[in-house]
Design a protein around this ligand. Sequence first.
Ligand code: NAI
Length: 352
Amino acid sequence: MRFWTSPEFDDHEQICLFSDRETGLRAIVAIHSTALGTAVGGTRFRYYGDDGLALDDALRLSRAMSYKSALAGLPCGGGKSVIMGDPDRMKTKPLLHAYGRFINRIGSTFATGEDVGMSVADIETVREISPFVGGTSDGAGDPSVHTAVGVMHGLRAVLEHQFERNDFKGVSVAIQGLGAVGWKVAERLHAAGARLTVADVRRQTAERAVAEFGAAIVLPENIHAEKVDIYSPCALGGAITEQIVPAIRARAVAGAANNQLASRQAGAALAARGILYAPDFVINAGGIISGLDAYFKMPGRNGSESMPLDTRLERIHGRLTEIFKRAASEHRPPEAAAEQMARELIGRMPVH
Ligand code: NAI
């Protein structure tokens, strides 16, 4: 496994490898930056097949967490943990407890929560052993609600910048994925007067949206090409590839999914066509913003957050507006402007 020469290595401050013979636990914790505070980032439990792929994922995702925290105005850095293996086969209470013991060894440098392959219940099991865990049900509650509220603030910034308007009446939005976040975004958009087109691989969920929101349904493979004002990817990552950009007919892409751009080139292609892209790590920060209260209660932290959660979520609107303006004035795609801004906030050199 390569560390310093991994393509994802970006002067990460710390990389920890853990293994536990009895439970089969193998985990990697990558801490990208603690310049603004303790590194926060979820725990991903998935099968990688190759140690190097797992390390690359931890390095890449922890850097993204540094950007997300910095741009959300949180007093936190960025980290990420991956547990290697098939969660359906390997996840046991003793394994999660062993994981909690490892997290304790890192101490107050890293705080974690749920991510792909880990449920709130799993995180609560880890919390039986480690206090450095947030996103449990006694905190701010289901993060997807706050993520959806944050996405709505972001969509307003998109409306103002790209459409020169500030209400959703009659605005058409195509939503890909009606899961925990996508459904709540759909509800709010419908209530605000938007016209919805939806797609979900779970056909029944899409049909519910027809009944409840008067939405139109399209096949999942066609949703990106709908003739709408805004395309909102709220399913899995990688929805925007360079190949599909020419087919996009929306004037803006703004949704909750992580890692929407499959490549830098995909982002550049959107910008070249004049399609405004809301960087995912800015617009979908509501979940992490809502976890801040739990974070302050962890050992070794003596701060507190006085700003109400609603106000903290609302700041996504201001941050995105700032990013759109900077991107326009510097003639670069919004995700590049956002990355640059984040690196300035954490005191890192420009990307290029
Ligand atoms: P989820 O698993 O509840 O929902 C995903 C939905 O997308 C499901 O309904 C699924 O059937 C559908 N789907 C999957 N593949 C699809 C496809 N090819 N076409 C159409 N629909 C498809 O996940 P959740 O929590 O709603 O998250 C959605 C996205 O937002 C993910 O990328 C996640 O990483 C990101 N995100 C979620 C946050 C949260 O608070 N839950 C916070 C920040 C980001």
